[in-house]
Write a protein that binds this ligand. Structure first.
Ligand code: PLP
Length: 368
């Protein structure tokens, strides 16, 4: 059997004997505290069972209801969008820009003006830091303030990334994180909602625990959800978060290795930090193939790598091109679609060895 090189495996190296000798219920609160101190105690954090749940709670707290419109980045994982549909609201998709591959602020503002002209002001904006690269945050925050529309920051892929010295996840009215297995820190499935106030956190807790009213008996006035994180996940999260710096260093080393390997290949372009304001966590190292008939060649390259047991992926397919979302409005051109056509995510996980990296780069070079 050939050794398989996975796309993005997180490393869970915890000492079972000492870590699991006692698990008490408060361990979830403890994990929340460590996340709060990660955000320099400026935030109140609720640990939940997935990043998707965290986005759903953020929409509920932003007041998104049936028939409302939510502006969102088209180039993203479907988990960013699905909770909008859970609320019976309408996603309005926005194109990317080329520097960060994230939401284009110009298209965002065009969309807001047009929706208002059409008679409906959008209820929320969801933007994403794809592959750990911070979006054009100042511009997007500015637009959200100018039009007074709540901003939800999907930092699921960007734990440890920062912008102008402030951590991603801390910029929105709500931020969300994911601790799914393939993310930089894993709790074997989990997420977090980052709130600006303790009151918001309490409201989110209410919705995440079946909406039990504050009565001595079980009283329910609205429909709630069962979204809380479990204790074992929280325990893993606490030990994982302590190792974040090492994981970040590893991902940066991997990214540097790829950049160095392909520096003489003009047809291989990287997603690069546009200026010193942007510090990516390099969750995944992504390349664009700049060549003629790229679609065809990309398939061939991916086949070659698959034969060598190297797991590579397409970039996310833009949501406005997904059959399930085809009825919803889209503002933009073909930037997201072009990135999708040309892009590949290379293996970037914390478990990768030097030999794996050499094998990957040699296989790609040979193909080129
Ligand atoms: C992983 C991810 C999520 C959701 O996370 P889950 O924990 O898997 O629910 C949301 N948005 C983006 C961009 C993601 O990559």
């Amino acid at each position: 059997m050939q050794h398989k090189i996975p796309l993005s495996e997180s490393l869970i190296d915890i000492d079972l004997k000492t870590s699991f000798s006692s698990i008490d219920i408060d361990v979830v609160a403890e994990f929340e505290k460590s996340l709060e101190s990660f955000y320099e105690d400026q935030k109140s954090v609720l640990a939940v069972n997935s990043g998707t749940s965290a986005i759903h709670l953020a929409l509920i707290l932003s007041g998104v209801e049936k028939g409302d419109e939510v502006l969102c980045q088209s180039l993203t994982y479907v988990a960013t969008i699905n909770p909008i549909i859970y609320q019976n609201a309408t996603p309005i998709f926005i194109d990317s820009e080329n520097d960060t591959w994230n939401m284009c602020p110009i298209q965002l503002e065009c969309a807001i003006k047009d929706r208002i002209l059409k008679g409906k002001k959008p209820k929320a904006i969801i933007f994403v830091h794809l592959y750990g690269m911070p979006a054009k945050i100042d511009e997007i925050v500015g637009i959200s303030r100018k039009y007074n529309i709540p901003l939800i920051e999907d930092a699921a892929e960007a734990l440890g990334a920062d912008y102008k010295g402030k951590k991603c996840g801390a910029f929105g009215d709500f931020g969300i994180l994911s601790f799914n297995n393939n993310k930089i820190v894993s709790t074997l499935g989990g997420g977090a909602l980052i709130c600006n106030t303790e009151i918001e956190k309490e409201k989110a807790f209410f919705h995440a625990t079946q909406a039990k009213e504050n009565e001595r008996h079980y009283e329910h006035k609205v429909i709630g959800y069962n979204y809380r994180m479990n204790s074992l996940g929280a325990l893993i999260g606490i030990t994982q978060l302590k190792k974040l710096d090492a994981y970040l260093k590893k991902r940066r080393t991997i990214n540097d290795f790829y950049k160095e390997s392909f520096k003489c290949f003009s047809e291989v372009c990287f997603l690069k930090e546009p200026s010193i304001d942007f510090v990516s966590n390099h969750w995944l190292s992504c390349i664009l193939l700049e060549m003629k008939e790229v679609a065809n060649k990309k398939y061939k390259l991916m086949d070659v790598l698959k034969k060598n047991n190297i797991e590579v992926r397409f970039l996310w397919k833009p949501m406005h091109l997904q059959p399930v979302f085809k009825e919803y409005p889209y503002y933009g051109g073909e930037i997201a679609e072009n990135l999708f056509q040309k892009g590949i995510c290379l293996p970037s996980g914390s478990t990768l060895k030097k030999n794996d990296l050499i094998k990957i780069s040699e296989s790609i070079k040979k193909f080129l």
